[in-house]
Design a protein around this ligand. Sequence first.
Ligand code: HEC
Length: 133
Amino acid sequence: MKQLKLPVLLSFYALFAFSCAPKPTLDVPEPFKNGQQVFHKVCSNCHGPDAMGKHTQAPGLIDEEYLAENFSDTDILEIVLNGSDKMPSQKKNVTSEEITEIIKYLRYSQKAAGLEPEEDEEENGTKPSPKMN
Ligand code: HEC
């Protein structure tokens, strides 16, 4: 019985340590896990867990504004490498493979959140016709 105690104790410590940091909450499929991890390590301090940007200095990226139609993969790559007025370059923190993984993960999360590009209203006929009165 005695040998059992240490591993049990250790696993409690591990649980405790992990539960202190805000963790990503979205359960992503295997191919996106790597990107999620890198995002969590490098970007989530500013962009929030799951890139939701709540109560953070940086915008949430799970938003229509950042769908591929409005903000392309190349745009993301460029801001990560070059930064902007407000965002410091992350060139030193990620490899280009990791950026690709992050982008894959972000695109997955946007889809999982049910975001869709705003459609041209006239095209799908949802525009209410003006009332005649
Ligand atoms: C030190 C804080 C910080 C870190 C770390 C950070 N960002 Fe940002 N990010 C910002 C801020 C602040 C903005 C808003 C910039 C602006 O309005 O010019 C931003 C904006 C962005 C934008 C939108 C740019 C736009 O023009 O709307 C993207 C995409 C982005 N970040 C991706 C990332 C990714 C991916 C990472 C991780 C590799 C990351 N950021 C890490 C602070 C950060």
